[in-house]
Ligand binder design. Structure first.
Ligand code: PEP
Ligand code: MG
Length: 582
């Protein structure tokens, strides 16, 4: 039966393919009473699941002892094997089955919750963090009990044959989404999520259609259902009839045709009708993304979100590994600027190998994130700074610091950079002595009090994604409040315009590298505010170029100045539509 579901359109494009459901086993557990005569067989079922996972871990452990595998990997598997053998996990659920007649899954989840609560109480941060290991072990046992696939792997793609795969999940982390790159996933939908969550950002950077905040897609869709995903309209059509399918196939090929036409603009100069030269750069998450940046002839890398190097792994990338990653991007860009942002971990971006990862995961976007975290972990921060500095010898690298708000944080950061430079000088390692250091303006306090930034730094990058979140007090990852997340709120626009104006007057280069920069509906607005440096997903560069080739910066300045005097968002939206239609 055909039906449609609606959500937040976060990444445009059309995908037509088969559903692949991704689950968190703990959410799938049904709770029922086991009849007396089945109690013993329920216990046997649980024992068998433990045995299967134990065998699985043992084979993983063998792989982990292979040369070149980090020692942490072995220790990590040993820890999981230890939990698996612990009577608190292996025996207690059996008592729950015997005494309360709970089914095996339910018994296991109850015991897990009890243990997790005990871990949460622990004084020692390291031990507290082990709660996540228990959850992971239990997830694995549950998946065996529920006969669910253990993970989305290469086999998933192979199992689906020639059909495109659309992932349907309750929620996805940015790290999960990042793996879609190598798995050839055509699109995804999630029940949760907001429009500028990092999960959505990764989807846009992969240029795969995505819709989030669908509420109950995960429960209404079955594996292998035929789906049409319209990422621009935020629609998912389940089991479409032949007529709708044809219509969307046509739309899809038209879109591909249009995108191909845009390729003609690749080598065209980014200049407005009245001669204002603009710089359109690309945002990247991983070194290999640099190919996309080059494929559209981006003027540089305006934002390298280095935290993605730290995700999906159980160890940390050491200084040398980071150095190679940064150097490869600098070399690939052949002298064009590469802006490397230091680790912006925390809130929705987590990396399990980082010390205190658990602590960060539980914090909100107001917590120990980005530079705040780095300043509490000098060894990790210094290693990254040295890696970036070393790479600066091989290209034109600029260093960007996220989430600064206070003058003292700028000072502490600059002191750390000086320390990293001194360490390299002592070791006679070459780096660019004149490396430019910039700060992200993404907290309203920074935008309102730019003085320390202008005095101490070399450039600014406006992070509109966070600036909107923090100005409007709207969690960018929370679908429940996404209707309030408004880039056109007058307060947001004034902060952006004021930052650009103040930076211009001080002769300080300023760019926008948040999602607004890649939204062609915002191009004229930003040009009118005086912005000339944009950084966006590579897939958006040519669309934005097409916009700016058709605009007159002088005329836009006057129009946008008038728009900025408006107070109500509806009026602003209407005025912008007019400006865009002119
Ligand atoms: C931003 O906040 O606009 C930004 C570019 O950084 P991120 O999206 O990684 O937080
Ligand atoms: Mg940000």
């Amino acid at each position: 039966m055909t039906f449609s579901l609606f959500g937040l359109a976060v990444s445009p494009g059309i995908a037509i393919g088969r559903a692949h459901l991704v689950s968190h086993a703990t959410r799938e557990v049904s709770q029922y009473r086991v009849p007396d005569q089945d109690v013993e067989s329920e216990i046997v079922r649980l024992d068998k699941a433990f045995a299967e996972v134990r065998a699985e871990f043992k084979s993983v452990r063998e792989e982990a002892t292979a040369p070149g595998t980090p020692a942490e990997a072995e220790a990590f598997v040993d820890l999981h094997l230890m939990f698996l053998a612990d009577p608190l996990l292996a025996e207690e659920p059996k008592n729950l089955i015997r005494e309360r007649r709970c089914n095996a899954e339910w018994a296991l989840v109850q015991q897990m919750e009890l243990l997790v609560a005990q871990f949460d109480e622990m004084e020692d941060a390291y031990l507290r963090e082990r709660r996540q290991d228990i959850v992971q072990v239990v997830e694995r046992i549950l998946k065996v009990l529920l006969d669910m696939p253990r993970k989305l792997g290469r086999s998933t793609r192979a199992d689906m044959g020639d059909d495109d795969v659309i992932v349907v999940a309750h929620d996805l982390s940015p790290a999960d989404t990042l793996q879609f790159k190598s798995l050839g996933i055509s699109g995804f939908v999630t029940d949760l999520g907001g429009g500028t969550s990092h999960t959505a950002i990764v989807a846009r950077s992969l240029a795969i259609p995505a819709v989030v905040g669908m509420h109950n897609a995960r429960s209404l869709i079955q594996d292998d259902d035929l789906l049409i995903l319209d990422g621009a309209r935020g629609v998912l059509i389940v089991d479409p009839d032949a007529r709708v399918l044809d219509e969307y196939r046509l739309k899809k090929s038209r879109r591909e045709l249009e995108r191909n036409k845009l390729k003609r603009l690749k080598t065209t100069r980014s200049i407005t009708l009245d001669g204002a030269e603009c710089s359109l750069q690309a945002n990247i998450e991983l070194p290999q993304d640099v190919h996309h940046a080059k494929s559209v002839d981006a003027a540089g890398v305006g934002l390298f979100r280095t935290e993605f190097l730290f995700m999906n792994r159980d160890d940390l990338p050491d200084e040398d590994e980071q150095f190679e990653a940064y150097r490869s991007v600098a070399k690939a860009m052949g002298g064009k600027p590469v802006t490397i942002r230091t680790l912006d971990i925390g809130a929705d971006k987590t990396a399990r190998a980082l010390r205190g990862a658990e602590r960060m995961e539980s914090t909100s976007a107001l917590g120990l994130r980005a530079i705040r975290y780095c300043l509490t972990e000098p060894q990790i921060f210094l290693a990254q700074l040295r890696a970036i500095l070393r790479a600066s010898h091989y290209g034109r690298i600029r260093l960007l610091i996220p989430m600064l708000a206070q003058a003292v944080e700028i000072d502490q950061t600059l002191a750390m950079i000086t320390q990293a430079k001194n360490q390299l000088r002592e070791a006679r390692v070459r780096f660019d002595e004149g490396i430019e250091i910039g700060g992200m303006i993404e907290i309203p306090a920074a935008a309102l009090a730019l003085g320390p930034f202008l005095k101490r730094l070399d450039f600014l990058a406006l992070g509109t994604n966070d600036l909107i979140q923090y100005t409007l007090a709207v969690d960018r990852t929370d679908g429940a409040v996404s209707h309030l997340y408004d880039p056109l709120h007058p307060a947001v626009l004034r902060l952006i315009a004021q930052t650009i104006r103040t930076a211009d007057r001080a002769g300080m280069p300023v760019s926008v590298c948040g999602e607004m920069a890649g939204d062609r509906a915002m191009t004229r607005l930003l040009i009118g505010m005086g912005l000339r440096q944009f950084s966006m997903h590579a897939s958006q560069v040519l669309e934005v170029k097409q916009q700016l080739l058709n605009c007159d910066a002088g005329q836009l300045k006057a129009k946008v100045t008038r728009l900025l005097r408006l107070d109500d968002p509806a009026g602003i939206r209407e005025r912008l539509e007019k400006i865009n239609a002119d």
